[in-house]
Design a protein around this ligand. Structure first.
Ligand SMILES: [Zn+2]
Length: 81
């Protein structure tokens, strides 16, 4: 699985920006707080990428799949393993 991107906030006074894997994002922020909110949204987006709610192919229970190829709920994957 891909490593989550490293997100940092840099800047001073009224000029802040976000670094994502050492790349500066084009958007500028006038305060640390507004940059922090945007950084947090970025992180949340990454967390949810690929994850979705789907039925287990074994017991048909709805579960939260952590990645695209995860088709078994925790219980069934433990039983099969
Ligand atoms: Zn199941």
């Amino acid at each position: 699985m891909a490593e989550p991107a490293r997100i940092e906030i840099r800047g001073k006074n009224v000029d802040f920006y976000i670094l994502q894997n050492d790349q500066i994002l084009p958007r500028r922020f006038w305060s640390y707080d507004s940059a922090a909110v945007a950084a947090q949204r970025l992180e949340e987006k990454q967390l949810h990428r690929g994850a979705m709610i789907r039925p287990c192919i074994c017991c048909l229970q709805i579960f939260s799949s952590s990645h695209r190829f995860n088709r078994l709920c925790t219980r069934c994957s433990e039983e099969i393993a």
